[in-house]
Design a protein around this ligand. Structure first.
Ligand code: GLN
Length: 282
């Protein structure tokens, strides 16, 4: 059998098991076990696999199809902002939407060196990518999960930002003592009653603590906004990722807390995904 046959066979199995992304998943599994870029066997469909690769391929296809475990956890890796990040079940899998947040901030702060706080750093994806773009910046990254911080720390080492990030095991409530130019947060923002409607791959594998935003999904967002009032320097910015349909409510909370919205950014599906605001001092 050639690489193409394996992809067909694997993706058929995944399809039968209701995996929507069955073709790309089979291709990514083949890429993972062969060490070859996906493009390689898309161009050359006749590549041969050795028996180890075939075994590994079959094993991962079976696991993905039967258990629905996300590929990122099966590979223990996820690419974000062109970095290879380590992930495990203690951290949310970094999403492409979150790259939009990084992109907007990297542009906004180009050639500047904001002192940054990343709240709920998880895998560290946001702060690591931001510091790669803002070479003079330093940051503090907090998380209530020590297990997540361990991964974030590893990732900062692998991606050469370790010396500029201080990782602290803390909730936002207990965090004091510093003032920042930029506070960034991709909070858990799914309303609790909606958790059960998430895809199996998400709800059975990703950490609930990284998803659950309380009754209306806005519990952590409220806390972050309230706290940011106190820990932002004058002219400091709060950058928030938010959930679908949360824009007007979050706007209202920001206004109530004397924040002035600067701009927002939409995601690939045209949802307002990130809000950027500053304290209105006058
Ligand atoms: N900051 C991490 C990310 O953006 C984790 C976010 C979270 O756990 N809600 O992926």
């Amino acid at each position: 059998m050639t690489s193409n046959d394996f992809i067909k066979k694997g993706s058929n199995f995944l399809k039968m098991n209701n995996i929507k992304s069955h073709i790309i998943d089979a291709e990514l599994i083949l890429s993972n076990v062969s060490g070859l870029l996906r493009e390689k066997f898309v161009i050359n469909s006749e590549l041969k696999l050795d028996s180890n690769q075939i075994n590994a391929f079959n094993k991962l296809i079976l696991k993905r199809g039967m258990s629905k475990e996300p590929l990122a956890y099966l590979f223990k890796k996820k690419e974000f902002w062109s970095n290879d990040l380590n992930v495990n079940k203690n951290v949310l899998i970094p999403r492409p939407e979150t790259e939009i947040l990084v992109d907007a901030l990297a542009r906004y702060y180009k050639n500047q060196k904001p002192f940054i706080l990343d709240i709920g750093t998880g895998s560290g994806c946001i702060i690591i990518s931001l510091l790669q773009e803002l070479k003079q910046s330093k940051a503090i990254a907090i998380d209530i999960s020590n297990k997540a911080l361990k991964i974030a720390l590893e990732n900062s080492k692998i991606n050469n930002t370790f010396d500029r990030i201080k990782f602290i095991n803390s909730s936002i409530d207990n965090f004091i003592g510093f003032k920042f130019d930029l506070v960034v947060c991709n909070p858990p923002y799914i309303a609790r009653h909606q958790l059960k409607n998430l895809d199996d791959s998400i709800k059975y594998f990703e950490p609930k603590i990284a998803l659950d935003g309380g009754n209306d999904g806005l519990d952590v967002i409220r806390k972050v906004i309230y706290k940011s009032k106190k820990i932002l320097k004058i002219n400091g910015m709060l950058a928030l990722e938010i959930g679908n349909g949360q824009y007007s409510k979050v706007s209202q909370i920001l206004k109530l807390n004397k924040f002035k919205e600067k701009f927002f950014v939409k995601d690939y599906k045209d949802n307002i995904r990130c809000i950027f605001s500053k304290l209105d001092h006058y």
